[in-house]
Design a protein around this ligand. Structure first.
Ligand SMILES: Nc1nc2c(c(=O)[nH]1)N[C@H]1C(S)=C(S)[C@@H](COP(=O)(O)OP(=O)(O)OC[C@H]3O[C@@H](n4cnc5c(N)ncnc54)[C@H](O)[C@@H]3O)O[C@H]1N2
Ligand code: MOO
Length: 427
């Protein structure tokens, strides 16, 4: 029995997608090593500790508008229709000093500190200015309007961001607004990547009869790039146990994860399967999905790691180019984020009207490739990108979304709503 429990294929049947995802999620333990990086290098990194606000943001009450600042109570009076004397101008970055005499107002700019006696800003376009006096029509503004309160964005002493947050552009700005210069993040996950198959050649090399260019490695390098992990690119590995063993030795010594494509099915030259099985506790699954039926996952251990504390996780994707990318999206993406210490980040999903009929039999999930776009009535609609074979990479390249037909679902009629997972910018 492996760390993943008894083989999910013991009964010989196919594993539903959600069951496979659950097995992966239950097996993985996030990284614990941390490092401190400057904010400029923190995009996509995962916070390892909460960031507590060292200050209030904004630090003072300030104006949300260019205009005139009053006491709100003055504006409620009939007297508001009379002219009020302007005693000064407050610019952002230069708070007014001194005490304001009662019944006076100041000219104020957006972002300027509110004089403590004043609480309401009237935008300039609602004011009538005559010399150094200003008039506001009653009823156009309420007391307290257009004042941004101290700490309304971030409060001193409270968490601004919490551990597990994968830092996005807005998060970096938010940290900068606190004056933070560096953050403690989990170290980057290191993923060893290689493609297996004697028929594979690198772009730029001659292409002998029967050979193909290795597209999976480039697709997967791109997908890993979107996740911000470090990649150890181990290139092409022939269907040869010696070469595979040597590549695995290196991957196990240097990486946290081994990501491969090809060799997980039943072919005679699929040494990968046997060799991987001998080097860890890998489950070779048949997942009830198209594309992507054969998939292998589990802990690998090198010779020095026999009793090691930390397994290196194998995600062995099927060789067909669409199957490799779909299984990456469905299984590896969330698994790698989990290992990286990030809290779950589900891919965006929505319902859309299918433009075409789709044949489907219950009992497996299908991930067809589609183009999601707004229809004439403003609702989302999706159309398939032509032939959907697992080797037809154009079906993926033209798509911006996966049309996901669930395990129990049957055929879809044109006009029916279907589930759609967005992948633009991710795959
Ligand atoms: N008897 C069975 N045959 C197959 C089954 C099955 O269940 N029983 N499953 C089929 C399915 S579904 C898939 S997917 C493939 C997966 O096979 P492997 O993971 O062993 O992959 P390969 O046999 O090595 O290659 C499959 C296909 O993909 C091409 N390929 C492989 N690597 C790359 C790459 N890096 N770049 C571009 N293309 C690649 C390879 O040339 C083959 O055409 O097995 C089916 N067979
Ligand atoms: O399911 Mo395979 O993964 O179709 O190509």
């Amino acid at each position: 029995m492996s760390e993943l429990g008894p083989s999910p294929l013991a009964a010989g049947h196919e594993l539903p997608v959600e069951a496979a995802r659950a097995l992966i999620a239950a097996a993985l333990q996030p990284l614990t090593d941390t490092e401190t990086v400057p904010l400029q290098q923190a995009l996509g990194r995962v916070l390892a500790v909460d960031v507590i606000s060292p200050i209030d943001v904004p630090a003072h009450d300030n104006s949300a508008m260019d205009g005139y600042a009053f006491r709100g109570s003055d504006l409620l009076l009939e007297a508001a229709t009379t002219l009020t004397a302007v005693v000064g101008t407050v610019f952002a970055g230069s708070p007014l000093s001194g005490v304001l005499p009662e019944g006076h107002c100041v000219r104020i700019m957006t972002g300027a500190v509110m004089p403590p006696e004043l609480d309401t800003v009237v935008p300039i376009e609602l004011c009538t200015v005559e010399g150094d006096r200003v008039q506001v029509q009653p009823g156009v503004i309420k007391g307290g309007d257009n004042r941004r309160r101290q700490g309304e964005d971030l409060r001193l002493g409270l968490p601004a961001l919490t551990a597990g947050q994968r830092l996005r552009p807005a998060d970096l700005g938010l940290l900068a607004s606190l004056g933070v210069v560096g953050v403690t993040v989990f170290r980057k996950l290191k993923v060893a990547l290689f493609s297996t198959g004697d028929e594979l050649r690198n772009p730029g090399e001659p292409l002998p009869a029967g050979c193909i260019y290795d597209s999976n490695r480039q697709s997967l390098l791109g997908a890993l790039g979107c996740l911000g992990v470090d990649v150890l690119d181990l290139g092409l590995v022939a269907d040869d146990p010696v070469a595979l063993n040597a590549t695995l030795d290196r991957a196990l010594a240097e990486a946290d994860v081994v990501l491969t494509s090809g060799g997980v099915s039943m072919g005679d030259a699929d040494y990968t399967r046997d060799l991987l099985a001998s080097r860890g506790e890998v489950g070779f699954w048949k997942v009830a999905m198209r594309p992507g039926r054969p998939f292998a996952f589990g802990p690998l251990r090198g010779p020095d790691h026999a009793q090691g504390p930390k397994p290196v996780w194998l995600f062995a994707l099927p060789g067909n180019p669409v199957a490799a990318l779909v299984t990456f999206h469905v299984f590896a993406r969330d698994g790698l984020l989990q290992l990286s210490g990030a809290r779950p980040q589900p891919v965006p999903r929505l319902r859309a009207r299918s433009m075409s009929a789709i044949r489907k039999r219950p009992g497996r999930s299908e991930f067809q490739r589609g183009i999601l776009e707004p229809g004439a009535d403003g609702r989302w609609q999706v159309r398939l990108t032509g032939a959907q074979g697992a080797g037809i990479l154009r079906s993926m390249s033209e798509a911006n979304a996966l049309v996901v037909l669930g395990h129990d679902q049957g055929s879809v009629a044109a006009g029916d709503d279907v589930d759609v997972w967005l992948f633009d910018g991710l795959l």
